[in-house]
Design a protein around this ligand. Structure first.
Ligand code: FES
Length: 107
C-alpha cells in the first residue's frame, strides 16, 4: 500500500495518540510536540490498543501489563514486552497526516 492520508493534523492534539484504520491495519498516530509518528496500534505482547496507552515523552505504556515502547523507534522500553513495535513513516502534507505502511519511521 502506498501513502494514505489518515486525518487532519488537528485530529491528534499535541501529546496525544489516536487509533486509525489504514487499509485494514490498525495504526496508532502520536503527536509529540507537533511532530507526528505512527506505529502498529496493537501491543506486541497481547491484544491491547496502544492508542489507549499512556504517553510519557517518547514512551507509550500499554495499560494491560505496563510494557512500554519508544514511539519514535518502536524499541521495547519495559517488560513484559520483548518484540519491538513496528513503526511507519509519517509525512505531514497540507495539514494532513500521511502514513506509509510500506516504510518504517526514518526511512
Ligand atoms: Fe501490552 Fe501485555 S498486552 S504489555
Amino acid at each position: 500500500m502506498a501513502e494514505t492520508v489518515v486525518c487532519p493534523t488537528s485530529d491528534v492534539p499535541e501529546g496525544s495518540v489516536k487509533r486509525f484504520e489504514v487499509g485494514n491495519q490498525p495504526v496508532a498516530v502520536f503527536n509529540l510536540g507537533g511532530s507526528f509518528y505512527a506505529t502498529d496500534d496493537e501491543c506486541t505482547h497481547g491484544s491491547c490498543s496502544l492508542a489507549e496507552g499512556i504517553v510519557d515523552g517518547e514512551i507509550v505504556e500499554c495499560t494491560m501489563h505496563f510494557g512500554a515502547f519508544n514511539i519514535k523507534t518502536g524499541a521495547v522500553e519495559a517488560p513484559p514486552c520483548s518484540i519491538p513495535l513496528r513503526t511507519y513513516k509519517v509525512t505531514v502534507r497540507d495539514d494532513q497526516v500521511v502514513v506509509d505502511l510500506d516504510k518504517e519511521a526514518g526511512e
